[in-house]
Design a protein around this ligand. Structure first.
Ligand code: SF4
Ligand code: SF4
Length: 168
């Protein structure tokens, strides 16, 4: 399976499952879809995911972003979208897979995305406060991604990036 096929499969796994049974966006006003105070915001795409935005659907913009790895793509939106077009980052939020090396062994884990603490009311309760099948789908999607070297490299870089953001 190549990197694009892997990200398509992971997206499909997370097409319908959400963090809560109810619409969690009702309580927070869809905070994760709002742009920052300076009008910035966006979701980093996983390797090769940009191919799914060519041609670019209305309301989306793409630009290069080197924050995690050189040459990656950041997708920005108008705060509303067709659910079928949501990138993988939006489907797994407020969780994230990480690849952690301990005692010389690399382990795949699912954690609350450290960037979620500033915006998402679900993050304080952690994964236990979310639907079990949501956490399972995020882990299953991450396992699929880990079958591809490009995604493993990205997840390693993302994990290092998170370590720089906060101690967790
Ligand atoms: S910020 Fe958290 S609670 Fe609000 S819509 Fe996004 S995932 Fe749901
Ligand atoms: S792509 Fe959709 S789900 Fe993701 S931040 Fe934009 S509006 Fe929200």
């Amino acid at each position: 399976m190549n990197a694009l096929e892997a990200v398509v499969q992971a997206r499909e796994l997370l097409a319908d499952v959400t963090p809560l049974r109810a619409d969690c966006g009702r309580a927070c006003g869809g905070a994760c879809c709002q742009s920052d105070e300076d009008g910035q915001g966006g979701m980093l795409l996983f390797p090769e995911e940009e191919a799914l935005y060519d041609p670019l659907p209305p309301g989306f913009r793409l630009r290069r972003d080197d924050a995690v790895l050189p040459g990656m793509w950041l997708l920005t939106c108008d705060g509303i979208c067709d659910r079928a077009l949501r990138p993988l980052s939006c489907r797994i939020f407020p969780l994230t897979p990480v690849l952690i090396t301990r005692d010389g062994e690399e382990r795949l884990r699912v954690r609350v995305d450290p960037r979620a603490y500033a915006v998402c009311p679900l993050s304080e309760q952690g994964i236990r406060g979310m639907r079990k099948d949501f956490g399972k789908a995020v882990l299953e999607g991450a396992r699929i991604l880990c079958g591809c070297p490009e995604h493993r490299e990205y997840l390693r870089a993302l994990s290092r990036y998170f370590e720089c953001l906060r101690e967790w």
